[in-house]
Design a protein around this ligand. Structure first.
Ligand SMILES: Nc1ncnc2c1ncn2[C@@H]1O[C@H](COP(=O)(O)OP(=O)(O)OP(=O)(O)O)[C@@H](O)[C@H]1O
Ligand SMILES: [Mg+2]
Length: 383
């Protein structure tokens, strides 16, 4: 799909969207995964002696093309640098973590917990093939190029610190007893979330047109207004930001209904999974009886979808009537699709709403790599 440069392994160009709800890695070779952003310390008391653990020879994960396939990940991380020892350990990641009593989801606040962020990042990069075998003749030469995003509202404040932290990160990673790989990052790009979407639109309208990108998520919803100039989309000052209105409001409604029906709170780590089940119309079992949370989940999704559209429309003020196309993306964009497509101007869902931002990051990463390569070539010629 992407042409890659420098004769390197295209698994080693990775974009990882570490969302508040789901972590979505993608490699330039086209491999994608979507796993719940949840981490738990693995139990130290494995009384079953590993009996139910996936075997190291189980490569069902590699064979399954469904990005949402999650067989349960047991991740072992050994950080190289003293500063990162907090991430060394054995963890359950994704769906398996959400069932653990030690589950830690990503907190809904501007800064994600750095350890949880980096454990998700390393696990996600591994799952799409990043890194180099930790043993053997080419041991440890990882050379992974990484692009990650930050919500627009937090971008300016956090980008430099995040880039420095990830440039210094190096670890050996092993998942489900499989090959141990060393992962470090020879290039790190931190990009504004949502910006990638517009980079992969093949048919942008003509010069002078105004387009809007809306990426709805679990915690934040990004919007960016752009003008097409010389075929390139250029952001218009004053019309991009994050709203903290997203799918988490649906999670809250579902958790409240769960508590009302059962007299028990719904664990924070289970909000996303239970809500997704309810949205799909699947009953949730409680003390042997099915709980129907679907009407609550769907009603809250409609309300939140309308709220997101109304908030964006009001931020656009008089520019709203000039918009030629609104590109709607994000996992939550799919959940709020009916409201967003109806209420936002000339709106359409992008081709791959969950991954288009990552695809754009990969594009930006490869452009940067090619620029660096030609700059290096020019320097050589001068010498
Ligand atoms: N294939 C799919 N079809 C429809 N909805 C999906 C699909 N995959 C994920 N979702 C929905 O998207 C939700 C996650 O949304 P998304 O990935 O946009 O949030 P996020 O990026 O983690 O949040 P944020 O952008 O705030 O960091 C899931 O909980 C689920 O409801
Ligand atoms: Mg997101």
């Amino acid at each position: 799909m992407f042409s890659f440069v420098g004769g390197t392994n295209s698994n080693n160009f990775v974009a990882v969207d570490i969302g508040y709800g789901m972590t979505k890695p993608m490699s330039a070779a086209g491999k994608k995964k979507s796993i719940y952003s949840c981490v738990a310390d693995a139990p130290v008391d494995d009384l079953l002696g590993g009996f139910f653990r996936p075997s190291p020879n189980d490569n069902s994960d590699d064979k399954n093309d469904d990005p949402a396939y999650d067989p349960g990940y047991l991740v072992r991380i050994i950080a190289e640098n003293e500063n990162d020892t907090a991430i060394s350990g054995e963890y359950l990641v994704g769906k398996a973590a959400s069932k653990s009593p030690y589950a830690t989801p990503v907190n809904l606040s501007p800064e994600k917990q750095p350890e949880i962020h980096d454990i998700l990042l390393l696990s996600a990069a591994y799952l799409v093939g990043a890194g180099a075998p930790a043993k053997g003749s080419t041991a440890g030469v990882s050379n992974t190029r990484l692009a990650v995003g930050l919500p627009l509202a937090f971008y300016k404040h956090q980008r430099h610190a995040l880039k420095s932290r990830l440039e210094a990160l190096a670890a050996r990673v092993q998942i489900n007893g499989g090959e141990e790989r060393r992962i470090d990052f020879s290039r790190v790009m931190v990009l504004p979330q949502g910006a990638g979407i517009v980079l992969v639109q093949n048919s942008l309208p003509e010069d002078g047109s105004i387009v809007l990108v809306v990426q709805a998520g679990t915690y934040t919803t990004e919007y960016i207004l752009l003008e097409v100039k010389d075929g390139q989309p250029v952001p218009i000052e004053g019309y991009h930001n994050s709203l903290t209105t997203g799918l988490h409001l649906v999670h809250r409604a579902v958790a409240a209904e769960y508590q009302r029906l059962t007299g028990e709170p719904l664990d924070q780590a289970r909000h996303a999974i239970i809500t997704d089940q309810a949205l799909k119309g699947k009953p949730i079992m409680h003390n042997g009886k099915p709980l129907d949370l679907t009407p609550t989940a769907r009603r809250a999704a409609i309300q939140t979808g309308k709220q997101v559209a109304n908030l964006i429309n009001s931020r656009l003020s008089h520019m709203r009537s000039s918009i030629t196309t609104t590109y709607v993306a994000g996992g939550a964009g799919m959940v709020f699709k009916d409201q967003l497509l109806k209420m936002l101007p000339a709106a359409e869902l992008t081709e791959d709403p969950l991954f288009d931002d990552c695809k754009g990051y990969l594009y930006a990463l490869q452009e940067a790599e090619m620029e660096a390569a030609s700059a290096a070539e020019a320097t050589l010629k001068e010498e």
